[in-house]
Design a binder for this molecule. Structure first.
Ligand code: NAD
Length: 489
């Protein structure tokens, strides 16, 4: 069986591990490869290679550092289909979603190619007589990213192109469940002309993560995953004095007002809740209807859930793929049962269903629950599956208060035709990404991928200028020269 390879110091390596994890196509259950759960010593080798490569890379002019990134952008465009198919095979999302994911990855490379402008510092002349002061940005050193399973191609690209363009050397650890997309990406990276050691990849699980967090040479860590692990990463890495940002889980609420446009709202919310089988950190998980909106939108969303075609993401006409594993399916179905036990009505029940031709697949069909118990577990727990829960409220104020009572703050959305309601909502809602008549408020690569409360630990986020700030340290220079310059000659 194919073993997933590490990429260290410009070399592919098969590192022997004591444990391996099968990479499984969640629709067909075919075993695609196996991931070595590497030992801490492999991280040490990658960190040493990155540290050795750092001085020359950091002294390479920014305009030269971006030349391999331009090449990478072109290669990712040329190999888009292959990359997208790999995502669908190992993650399960449908082909068009995989293409969309890779497009956002490419967009981040494009933004990072602007680094000669993005890294410019500030200067103030004559802060005192004959004295100038200026701030320059320099790279941090060796930095690393730890990624989750749900966006195998895109999430490493919130960081990788910026870290490299800023002059850092870099290590990525993909999710052990979906390592094949980044393997393909590294086959392209290999052709781009990065010097050995500048960009490295190590595979593994907890031991590799903890080795990254503890390694004295690694100066910065970015993490995306569940909140429990994000908290662990944030506290352990910062205890070692590293700069760290950690994106966590989510439970995203959407308010629908009675004046929302029916067809558009229904389609967009169904796409948000059931797209990527609900395994998006920006998936709508809760809908709060206000006024008479429930009378229209419960039947409309029920129809959308019922009609969504579930299956293997490379088959024609399929609108939703499986969830990542059978363990995830069991967990999600258990949570649906819990919601019903807590008093919710199941309007569309996606439990216990199969897909013809893929009977062994880990499929959960779209599920709609109404009248969630506002104090129940379904209101709080991230389900990470195609399950939408609804609650009815009398006023916009009540709905915003319920949005703000949540533990997470990744995204909150509002559907309305009222500009005044939209303004109030975007001002008052406690979330880092806001959608107004948008179901997945994913920021373009020029903006930070925001996130508040238990969805984020740190200060600077991934993407755009935030990533440039995260991957650079500022140096302030105060400089005096004699006023009488002619004296020097
Ligand atoms: P996860 O937390 O299980 O794993 C993420 C990474 O952490 C993986 O690389 C894994 O190897 C490692 N890891 C797992 N358990 C660990 C442990 N105990 N100690 C050290 N390392 C550990 O997350 P996942 O299941 O891969 O991804 C889904 C989660 O990611 C969801 O909660 C989702 O909301 C979140 N997510 C958040 C964002 C965001 O921007 N906020 C984006 C995507 C996904």
């Amino acid at each position: 069986m194919k073993t997933v390879l590490n990429y260290i110091n410009g070399q592919w390596r098969e590192d022997i591990a004591t444990e391996y994890l099968d990479v499984i196509n969640p629709a067909s259950q075919e075993v695609l490869a196996r991931t070595p759960l590497c030992a801490a010593s492999v991280v040490d080798e990658a960190a040493r290679a990155a540290a050795t490569a750092y001085p020359a890379w950091r002294n390479t002019p920014p305009a030269d550092r971006i030349q391999p990134l331009f090449k990478l952008k072109m290669l990712m465009e040329t190999h888009l289909d292959e990359l997208a198919r790999t995502i669908t095979l190992e993650n399960g999302k449908i082909y068009s979603e995989s293409v969309g994911e890779m497009r956002r990855a490419i967009e981040n490379v494009e933004v990072a190619c602007g680094i000669p402008t993005l890294m410019m510092g500030d200067i103030l002349e004559d802060v005192a007589a004959g004295i100038d002061e200026f701030m320059i940005r320099q790279p941090v050193g060796v930095v690393a990213t730890i990624a989750p399973f749900n966006f195998p191609g895109m999430i490493p690209f919130w960081y990788l192109p910026y870290a490299l363009a800023c002059g850092n050397t870099y290590i990525v650890k993909p999710s052990e469940r979906v390592p094949l997309t980044m393997m393909k990406v590294f086959e392209l990276i290999e052709q781009c002309g990065f010097p050995p050691g500048v960009v490295n990849m190590v595979h593994g699980g907890v031991d590799v993560v903890n080795a990254i967090l503890d390694h004295p040479t690694i100066r910065g860590v970015t993490f995306v995953g569940s909140t429990a692990v994000a908290k662990h990463v944030y506290s352990r890495a910062s205890a070692h004095g590293k700069r760290v940002q950690a994106q966590g889980g989510a439970k995203n609420p959407t308010i629908i007002l009675p004046d929302a446009e029916v067809d558009m709202t229904t389609k967009i919310i169904a796409d948000s809740a059931f797209g990527c089988a609900g395994q998006r950190c920006l998936a709508t998980s809760l809908v709060f209807t206000v006024g008479k909106a429930d009378e229209i939108f419960i039947p409309a969303l029920a129809e959308a859930a019922h009609n969504r075609v579930t299956g293997f993401g490379l088959d024609d006409g399929v609108q939703m793929g499986p969830v990542i594993t059978h363990a995830a399916k069991t967990r999600i179905e258990g949570l649906i049962g819990k919601g019903i036990a807590e008093g919710a009505e199941v309007v569309v029940d996606g439990r216990g269903k199969t897909v013809g031709g893929y009977e062994g697949g880990s499929f959960v069909h779209p599920t709609l629950l109404c009248g969630l118990n506002p104090h129940g577990e379904m209101m709080r727990t991230e389900i990470f599956g195609p399950v939408l829960g609804m609650v009815h409220l009398d006023t916009v104020e009540d709905a915003i208060a319920l949005v703000n009572s949540g533990q997470y703050g990744n995204m909150a959305c509002l559907f309305t035709s009222s500009g005044a309601a939209a303004r109030k909502f975007r001002h008052d809602a406690d979330a880092g990404n806001i959608g107004i008549n948008i179901g997945v408020a994913a920021p373009m690569a020029y903006f930070p991928f925001s996130g508040w409360k238990d969805s984020f630990f740190g200060t600077l986020h991934g993407q755009g200028k935030h990533a440039v700030e995260f991957f650079t340290q500022t140096k302030v220079v105060v400089e005096r020269w004699p006023k009488d310059w002619s004296r020097q000659f």
